[in-house]
Design a protein around this ligand. Sequence first.
Ligand SMILES: [Zn+2]
Length: 64
Amino acid sequence: MNVAIETDMTGRPARFSDRPACPQCGNCLVAPKIAAFADDGRIWHTWSCDRCDHEFVTCVDLRE
Ligand SMILES: [Zn+2]
């Protein structure tokens, strides 16, 4: 079964559409491994690179 998923990103703030590159090998990552929503209005994303297995964390600050 083929499933096509398409999301219209028009009009969304850049911080929601940014996809980080792995700081180790430069591979562009698609989705975080873990998303943790903090009470202070920030979202912490843990990323794992499919190419080199390097893990790193990014933060989205919704208070801005
Ligand atoms: Zn990598």
